[in-house]
Design a protein around this ligand. Structure first.
Ligand code: CA
Length: 504
């Protein structure tokens, strides 16, 4: 078995497939000078002080001191290059033709059709609060609904309380308040809620109903204000009564065979390691290409994890308009980080570094692989809904627990989540499929990780093999015939919506 994975011909580093002891002769004749931890980098040649360290064919950084062939290269041994400017991006120079994308092996799935927008992957009663003050009441009410009402409506898959930290004590008219308000507005109409609107407010909050609903939807059938009710029992009963009416309507929905154009999914990664970019993310990218070829829509995100590859993304933008919006979103995030006194390299975690990722450039090159190779047809601001079919870049923070809710607000029917280090992360509005980058991770968390892409790193499977496996699993989960582990156990994170605006 090969001990090293080298991604690009011009790379002067490769990563260790497993822990390699000092003094081991590698397949290319190089002898290791240090113990090399799994997923970490080995120098393939002598690298002079100040010289480029290259992986994925790009400069990860510059050597702080001379590095001899066979040495372990850790995150302390290189300096970060400057991030590319977004001022004069060139678009459209790498537009792949549809017929060059891999052909999908299936062209339909089973979903619940909606009157408008994408179809549902789950048939859920979604109850959204306008303020965190109502969250405690709603969580108790939802437990009661699940116990007393849900069993009567077998076609409804579940009940979700969308409770978030926004709504009051916030500068509601601040320019950036549009982001959390848009997230709440759009999640009320998430495709998995089947067009049934149920909003619970307190009564004195800043986020009034008219900020998240059009006038025609602000009716006694759709909105409920806790301060209008006399005491606990009346409040609970009102929520139960409204929920039952919605459940009756949702129960009439049935799955039907639908084309891939009715499916919208999101891609995210978290707890990445140096294998993420050679196994899990490229395999997910292959699945994304199959979906796009079949007319489906795939969203990828995480600004700080694409920032260093922005020129590669610009080359895949179908128009100047799309490219300009990409540049504007990157610029917005640069300024946001700048205002906080940090830069993009604040992103990698101790776990990422332990997993061999030296800095944000290396993490970004691996992260972008999950977008596949198709053209970018649209760029969205955080929590915006897509208007096109195909590959879409939705700007969100890279934080797992914030990216997820942002993509949910944009309407994803499920999320594919790539991990190297492992996370039990999940979402209750849309199922999350977990793909890991190494077989050791799958062995360790055999009943938490859905698919391992580790056989790619060891050469036993190709990116296409695992890509097709992911594609099939996406359609099975979307169709409700398979359940990912996060849903099996009910491991669901909170709706941590992105709020870059001031709190008062
Ligand atoms: Ca993430």
């Amino acid at each position: 078995m090969a001990l090293l994975v080298k991604v690009n011909e011009i790379d002067n580093v490769a990563i260790a497939v497993q822990d390699i002891p000092k003094g081991t002769e590698l397949e290319n004749g190089i002898v290791t000078r240090d113990d090399i931890p799994q997923a970490h980098k080995v120098a393939l040649s002598d690298i002079a002080k100040g010289a480029e360290i290259v992986r994925y064919g790009v400069v990860l950084g510059y050597a702080k001191d001379e590095i001899l062939q066979g040495s372990w290269i850790n995150e302390h041994m290189l300096t970060l290059p400057k991030s590319p400017s977004v001022d004069n991006l060139v678009h459209g120079t790498n537009i792949k033709a549809m017929e060059d994308l891999p052909m999908p092996t299936r062209t339909t799935w089973l979903g619940y059709r909606n009157k408008e927008g994408y179809a549902s992957t789950r048939n859920l009663l979604g109850i959204v609060t306008t303020v965190q003050c109502a969250a405690g009441v709603l969580k108790v009410a939802v437990e009661n609904i699940k116990k007393e009402l849900l069993p009567k409506y077998p076609n409804v898959d579940g009940v979700v309380a969308v409770t978030h930290p926004y709504g009051c004590g916030v500068a509601i008219n601040a320019p950036e308040a549009v982001i959390p308000i848009r997230a709440i507005t759009n999640v009320i109409r998430h495709p998995n809620f089947g067009g049934e609107i149920m909003v619970v407010g307190l009564g004195c909050e800043k986020l009034t109903y008219d900020r998240v609903l059009p006038p025609e939807d602000i009716t006694p059938e759709n909105v409920l204000t806790l301060q209008d009710y006399k005491g606990h029992d009346a409040m609970m009963q009102a929520i139960m009564d409204m929920a039952e009416k919605k459940l009756q309507k949702l129960n009439e929905r049935k799955r039907e065979e639908l084309p891939l154009s009715e499916l919208l999914i999101g891609m995210q990664c978290g707890g990445s390691d140096a294998f993420s970019g050679v196994s899990a993310n490229p395999a997910a990218g292959y699945a994304a290409d199959m979906l796009v070829r079949g007319g489906g829509t795939v969203m990828f995100s995480e600004v700080t994890e694409v920032r260093d590859g922005v020129e590669m993304l610009a080359a895949r933008c179908v128009s100047k308009e799309v490219c300009d919006k990409l540049a504007a979103e990157m610029k917005w995030y640069d300024d946001y980080l700048d205002a906080g006194g940090v830069d993009r390299d604040a992103n990698p975690t101790p776990g990422n570094k332990k997993g061999g990722l030296a800095n944000i450039v290396e993490k970004a090159m691996g992260s972008i692989a999950k977008s596949g190779t198709s053209p970018i047809v649209e760029v969205l601001s955080p929590a915006e809904k897509p208007s096109k079919h195909g590959l879409i870049y939705a700007a969100t923070p890279a934080s797992d627990i914030v990216c997820g809710p942002s993509q949910v607000a944009s309407g994803i029917g499920l999320q594919v989540f790539m991990t190297g280090r492992g996370t039990p992360y999940g979402l209750d509005v849309a199922p999350v499929i977990k793909v890991c980058s190494r077989n050791e991770m799958k062995d360790h968390w055999f009943d938490l990780i859905d698919i391992s892409a580790g056989d790619i790193a060891t050469g036993e499977k190709t990116i296409a093999d695992v890509g097709e496996e992911i594609f099939n699993f996406i359609l099975d989960v979307a169709s409700g015939t398979k359940e990912p582990y996060s849903d099996k156990y009910g491991f669901h994170n909170d709706m941590c919506i992105f709020n870059p605006a001031p709190i008062t």
